[in-house]
Design a binder for this molecule. Structure first.
Ligand code: GLN
Length: 312
């Protein structure tokens, strides 16, 4: 069974390589534009804590929007459900991740915490409550990876090209949604986006979410059940931005992408999956990474509504 899983991973990766040429790295953050777009890696962490890898699964890259899952979990743990969702919704926006149109025209608060406006609102709550160092320590625990650090180059590169997120933050401030200054909110938001992870770290985080918030290796509970349930629901409906609906139909696994090329996927009660593939589609999701997940979902029957679930 172990070997079969390794072969499925290898094949999925090789079949997805052809997609790379159709994607582009995220050049709007210049440092991300310098990453080699040929990288492709996948890691699965199964319930017994064993890692199965293929390709560039130990190359460090920035977590980007996948940190929105960690920030949401931290906000729910610290501030509770009511306060967290007081100023950010839980509906898919159908717009691109950095849009501010809906926020300005038809809503008083961001659609959900997985798009930039929602995550900046969450970061503004968090920055009153918790330091970046505490958030980094929390991230290391959730990912079961002590080597996670801030990527200073990417942090400064994004801070130097922050106009759009600044516009979003000022719009949030004008609507009375920010709890700390525009500068403090953006600083925590961008620091969290600039954490260096690997496909392996994301698979570890995925396994914690698949295991109801418990680190299965130590038995330590890291998140409350209700928090995990909420986070996974929002990942399913909003985690792939305006590609979330199609992804849910085709893959059927709660996931979250980032413009660094990462995808975090949670196969409930079974495994966590981490992907790294920095060539992105037009919506900002890893183009080859999604191909890998489509193949894994169909070959391993990972879809949450699959009728028959095999052993691995
Ligand atoms: N740091 C990025 C930004 O704010 C994150 C976006 C993403 O990963 N989709 O634009």
């Amino acid at each position: 069974m172990e070997q079969l899983l390794d072969r499925i991973l290898e094949d999925a990766l090789n079949n997805a390589r052809k997609m790379i040429e159709l994607g582009k790295t995220a050049t709007y953050i210049p440092e991300l534009g310098r990453v080699n777009k040929e990288y492709l890696g996948v890691c699965i962490c199964t319930g017994d804590g064993r890692y199965h890898v293929s390709g560039d699964s130990d190359v460090r890259f920035t977590i980007q929007s996948i940190s929105k899952v960690i920030a949401l979990a931290a906000a729910l743990e610290r501030c509770g459900f009511e306060k967290t969702f007081d100023r950010v919704g839980m509906e898919p926006s159908g717009d691109s991740f950095d849009s501010l149109v809906r926020l300005d025209l038809s809503s008083d608060y961001p659609s959900n915490p997985m798009i930039n406006s929602g995550a900046i609102a969450i970061a503004s709550h968090l920055s009153c409550e918790v330091s970046f160092e505490r958030m980094l320590a929390f991230t290391k625990k959730l990912c079961m990876d002590d080597e996670i650090t801030l990527n200073e180059k990417v942090y400064h590169s994004e801070m130097g090209h922050i106009s759009r997120n600044k516009a979003i933050a000022y719009l949030l401030e004008s609507k009375g949604i920010l709890e700390s200054s525009v500068e403090d909110s953006l600083d925590l938001y961008v620091r969290m986006c600039s954490l260096n992870v690997t496909a392996r770290s994301l698979s570890g985080f995925g396994l914690v979410l698949a295991s109801d918030g418990i680190n299965p290796l130590t038995g330590e509970r890291l998140l409350h059940s209700k928090v995990v349930q909420t986070v996974k629901s929002i990942m399913l409906t909003c985690g792939m931005y305006d590609g979330s609906g199609r992804f849910a139909v085709e893959v059927g696994v709660p996931s979250k992408s980032g413009v660094g090329g990462g995808i975090l996927s949670v196969v409930d009660k079974r495994m966590g999956i981490g992907i790294f593939g920095p060539a992105l589609d037009t919506k900002g999701n890893s183009i080859a990474g999604q191909h890998v997940l489509r193949e894994l979902s169909s070959k391993m029957r990972l879809h949450m509504f699959a009728d028959h679930v095999p052993e691995y």
